[in-house]
Design a protein around this ligand. Structure first.
Ligand SMILES: Cc1cc2nc3c(=O)[nH]c(=O)nc-3n(C[C@H](O)[C@H](O)[C@H](O)COP(=O)(O)O)c2cc1C
Length: 122
């Protein structure tokens, strides 16, 4: 975003934008029932979150998985009507990308697969 590290007000404004789902027109909040154990929830939540992102892409929409979007969980609970019986896990900002927007020019690289896999028996 070309924001100098010392420019605190611009950095704060960018951070706030993350709290507003980067101004995307919609956001999906992923929640899990409190009755589920954290261990069993991890896998399910990861699967559903990624599948939502992939399905969105199929329809020409793009997404940003966000923890920032659930930071103010009390506000979220109130406005989205999320009961206390649900654990709020993460948010997915959803919309059509503006490719002229500087942050959307960032292309992240992937860690080489051999750095994240331990091959056994070969
Ligand atoms: C669980 C999780 C939480 C994230 N929270 C944030 C966040 O709060 N703010 C943010 O800008 N990016 C956040 N990210 C990163 C963005 O979603 C990131 O752009 C994306 O995961 C990387 O996709 P890419 O490598 O294809 O660009 C989060 C990612 C994950 C998986």
């Amino acid at each position: 975003m070309d924001i100098p590290r010392e420019d605190k007000s611009k950095r704060a404004a960018w951070m706030e934008r993350g709290f507003r789902y980067f101004d995307a027109p919609a956001a999906i909040i992923i929640v899990a029932d409190n009755s589920l154990t954290i261990q069993s929830t991890y896998l399910d939540v990861g699967l559903v979150t990624q599948n939502i992102c992939l399905a969105a892409l199929h329809y020409g929409l793009h997404t940003c998985i966000e923890n920032q979007g659930i930071t103010y969980s009390d506000v979220l609970r109130k406005h989205a009507g999320i009961p206390e019986s649900k654990r709020i896990i993460c948010a997915i900002a959803l919309g059509y990308p503006d490719w002229d927007f500087p942050a959307n020019q960032v292309m992240s690289v992937r860690e080489p697969i051999d750095n994240v896999i331990t091959w056994c028996g070969i």
